[in-house]
Design a binder for this molecule. Structure first.
Ligand SMILES: NC(=O)c1ccc[n+]([C@@H]2O[C@H](COP(=O)([O-])OP(=O)(O)OC[C@H]3O[C@@H](n4cnc5c(N)ncnc54)[C@H](OP(=O)(O)O)[C@@H]3O)[C@@H](O)[C@H]2O)c1
Length: 255
């Protein structure tokens, strides 16, 4: 039986660990050939690629630091040559997942903290989506999926103001771009995770982890595969009528 994403090329940014690694594995299971982007963790990215191949899927790792425009350009150049160049520059699914957060009071936030969070969380998705759209329009099909956050629609906790601002920007990008690209058979949606057990989130046992757990009415953090499942739905051909949506997967955090 044909898998839903067979013959599709997917790019997942920040896929060496955490949510991105789970998304890469899930899209590969759905049949896509997956470019696994990472910044520093070459070994972890290679492990993700090897795990996908061990399951019979297709994956390649590409190192590129997306906090710089040179890194974005490097990653896009790699898309052209991906999997021996067999996709001839086509890109079917872009998952803008790589992101970072600084914790602390807003009054102490530095300009560097602003650059670090906005360059990776907003500027890179904008640049990648612009390039991806140009590749998807001639094909008449595409999926752009931005990983926002439950912090992209509310501010239930202090100490992450700039991060919240980046994730509201991601939500706005998702809406605006969906309006432009729907006519070409390209959907643009976001998945907004709630607290998810990864290295980005406060560690289990910390006060912040306990507070965030209390805010989720299901009483726990998400597993990364629960976020990947939402991405798989939005990437699927059967989600063609879902456009401009930001799907919050937060265990009832923001309810
Ligand atoms: N975890 C949560 O509770 C949560 C909640 C809501 C939303 N999110 C969002 O979900 C996304 C993934 O978060 P996560 O929790 O999985 O984070 P994570 O565990 O910290 O993983 C981050 C991933 O991004 C990559 N990355 C970091 N800096 C990069 C850069 N400059 N260029 C390219 N890749 C880079 C990392 O690669 P290296 O290993 O090579 O550094 C890693 O693969 C983010 O957008 C985050 O805002 C997370």
């Amino acid at each position: 039986m044909q898998k839903p994403l067979e013959h599709k090329l997917a790019l997942v940014t920040g896929a060496s660990r955490g949510i991105g690694a789970a998304i890469a594995a899930r899209l590969a299971r759905e049949g896509a050939a997956v470019i696994v982007n990472y910044s520093a963790s070459a070994d972890k990215a290679e492990a993700v690629v090897n795990a996908i191949r061990a399951e019979g899927g297709q994956a390649e790792a590409v190192g590129a630091d997306l906090s710089t425009l040179a890194g974005v350009a490097k990653l896009l150049a790699a898309v052209d040559g991906a999997f021996g160049g067999q996709y001839k520059g086509r890109l079917d699914i872009l998952v803008n997942n790589a992101g970072t957060v600084d914790y602390g009071p807003f009054v102490d936030a530095t300009d560097d903290a602003y650059d670090r969070q906005f360059n990776l969380n907003v500027r890179a998705p904008v640049a990648l989506a612009r390039d991806a759209a140009k590749r998807m329009i001639p094909a008449g099909w595409g999926r752009i999926i931005n990983i926002g956050s439950a912090f992209g629609e509310a501010a239930p906790l202090p100490g992450v103001t700039l991060y919240i601002a980046t994730k509201f920007a991601v939500r706005g990008l998702t809406k605006g771009l969906s309006r432009e690209l729907g006519q070409y058979g390209i959907t643009v949606n976001a998945v907004q995770p709630g607290p998810t057990d990864t290295e980005l989130a406060p560690p289990p046992g910390s006060e912040a982890h306990a507070t965030m757990t209390r805010l989720a009415s299901v009483g726990r953090f998400a597993r990364v595969d629960e976020i990947a499942a939402a991405v798989a739905y939005i990437a699927s051909p059967e989600a063609a009528y879902t456009n401009g949506e930001s799907l919050t997967v937060d265990g009832g955090w923001n309810a």
